[in-house]
Write a protein that binds this ligand. Structure first.
Ligand SMILES: [Zn+2]
Length: 265
């Protein structure tokens, strides 16, 4: 496909994802909270990113910025940048310098999800059920196991938790390190990256998978909060988690979810 057509098609799908995640019915983001990104083509040399300050629910297609993936990823490596320095590296990472918009401050983190996290699309939101967990004293305990089989099928064998650090380059760097560590431990990239005292990043091969991962992860968070009113979570055993994660009928079911979603478009 022609690169301009491919770029336009990616933007159209990402615009749809922004409105889907920002729909008040999902309670995932209000005002200018959250951001989304999607890689253009298989080589991922560029990606579309929400502009800073736009609202997911109402943003227009011209409120996205085309970013250079390599330059965005290198934001992770900057240490001790002041606010002016952050603005400069964000501007330099734009693939189209003529774009009037400032990219989201989390450009480096999105690039880490697309490159190290091997995602094609990424959705970052602040769902209330997750904030209840991530801003609590017992977040690590609450996120130390899996509750039910569908959680594993859609969101993977474990979450990837990132401690609280300053947004921008330090958060991008900590997230990239957490993703690399997760891959070394589990042999696959995470579907969900959770930021302490902040929110979640859902990683998908495309925007439809980002929707599925966000929906399921948020449902899990609601259930998890409820278990603490009933004596605390009783997690599945590691053996049971591993069994679901590797059994062929569950892999088939995941595959079928993919095809169902395509047919319903
Ligand atoms: Zn955020």
């Amino acid at each position: 496909m022609n690169i301009d057509l491919l770029t336009a098609e990616t933007l159209e799908k990402l615009h749809d994802l922004a409105h889907w995640l920002g729909d008040p019915v999902r309670d995932c983001a209000i005002l200018a909270e959250g951001n989304v990104s999607a890689a253009v083509g298989a080589d991922k040399k560029t990606f579309w990113l929400k502009a800073s300050g736009s609202s997911l629910a109402s943003m227009r297609p011209d409120e996205f910025v085309l970013m250079d993936t390599e330059r965005s990823l290198s934001i992770c490596d900057y240490e001790n940048l002041d606010d002016e320095g952050i603005t400069r590296v964000l501007t330099e990472a734009k693939a189209d310098p003529s774009s009037p918009h400032r990219p989201s401050t989390e450009a480096g983190l999105h690039a880490a999800c697309l490159v190290e996290g091997e995602a094609g699309a990424v959705g970052h939101t602040h769902p209330v059920p997750f904030l209840q967990i991530l801003c609590s004293e017992r977040a690590e305990e609450a996120l130390s196991g899996r509750l039910f089989p569908d959680e594993i099928v859609v969101t993977g064998p474990a979450p990837c938790l990132v401690p609280y650090v300053d947004p921008g380059p330090p958060l991008a760097r900590a997230s990239r390190e957490a993703i690399i560590k997760y891959k070394a431990e589990w042999g696959v990239p995470p579907k969900v990256v959770l930021l302490r005292n902040h929110g979640l990043f859902a990683l998908g091969k495309d925007v439809e998978e980002v929707k599925r991962v966000t929906s399921m992860a948020t449902k899990v968070a609601r259930a998890l909060v409820g278990t603490f009113a009933m004596g605390g979570p009783r997690f599945m055993t590691p053996e049971a988690v591993n069994r679901i994660w590797t059994r062929p009928d569950e892999i088939y079911r995941l595959d079928k979810l993919d095809r169902l979603q395509l047919r319903s478009k």
